[in-house]
Design a protein around this ligand. Structure first.
Ligand code: ATP
Length: 260
């Protein structure tokens, strides 16, 4: 079947970002289709985080065109990005440490609620009903990522791998069009990595769409449908993992004399 606009979740083109004298991104563009896991890799300092921060509204790009779900999209501020349908996790886990796992996921869900401040202050029946639904959905998401039994545990008491799962559950709670995972395997042991891979596979099988920055090239190559490789802010390769792995520029960037 020919590619139709509705199957494209995110299309960005010509993204550039300069920090003083450093061109951190030069004309980078990617297209992510629904149900794909799309990987972004590159040596240290290649521009991956900058790219992520641009598409999630943390940095304003110097140039760039954005389309989300077939509509023009302007990643101006983080909360607007979440409303528009991109949820992200962070390289350094950012949970509400003293809230329970369930409450952390409920916070994610609140951007899609309707009762508003009035309902919250006066605890209207509509508000209570909505809260119960949010709690139920949050529990389902905790079960989905495999930490349902820790619903009442404070986030900070969970293991590192489980905190990462909790971040994913919170991201899913916003019903995003795209889930952006920033180095989800960082600091994980081998078992946790296998479980992470299974979780990402599962999310994809449910026809959700994932953008992944990851240092673990093996994980990316084994998991992603397509990959972009950045080096010094330039997109040096784009394609399937098999195509990218054979690309000479990629081999050089990773193995070359620079070793950066
Ligand atoms: N806020 C900033 N101000 C100035 N320079 C920045 C800023 N953010 C990133 N840079 C620079 O832009 C370049 C790209 O950095 P970026 O963090 O995007 O790379 P990365 O591929 O994510 O690297 P890593 O794999 O080490 O996380 C680097 O040279 C970095 O020092």
């Amino acid at each position: 079947m020919a590619e139709t606009t509705k199957d494209v979740v995110l299309r960005v083109a010509d993204i550039s970002k300069r920090f003083g004298g450093l061109q951190a991104l030069s004309g980078v563009g990617i297209t992510i289709e629904r149900g794909q896991v799309y990987g972004l890799i590159g040596p240290n300092g290649a521009g991956k985080t900058t790219f992520f921060n641009v598409i999630t509204g943390l940095y304003t790009p110097d140039t760039g065109n954005f389309e989300l779900g077939g509509k023009p999209y302007h990643p101006k501020a983080v909360h607007l990005v979440a409303k528009a349908g991109i949820a992200r996790t962070f390289q350094n886990i950012r949970l509400f440490a003293d809230m329970t796992a369930l409450e952390n996921v409920m916070v994610g869900r609140h951007i899609r609620t309707h009762s508003g401040l009035f309902g919250a202050i006066f605890r209207t029946p509509a508000f209570k009903k909505e809260e119960a639904e949010i709690a139920q959905r949050a529990q389902e998401l905790l079960d989905y990522v495999g930490i349902g039994k820790y619903a009442d545990f404070k986030a900070r008491t969970l293991s590192y791998g489980d905190q990462r799962r909790l971040e994913v559950a919170r991201a899913l709670a916003t019903d995003p069009q795209l889930i952006a995972l920033d180095e989800p395997a960082a600091g994980m042991n081998a078992t946790e990595k296998v479980q992470l891979r299974e979780l990402i596979d599962r999310i994809r099988n449910d026809n959700r769409t994932i953008l992944l920055i990851e240092h673990d090239v093996k994980l990316v190559m084994g998991l992603c449908d397509r990959v972009t490789v950045l080096d010094y802010g330039k997109q040096i390769a784009e394609g399937t993992p098999a195509q990218v792995q054979q690309n000479e520029k990629v081999i050089e960037a990773y193995l070359g004399t620079g070793g950066h």
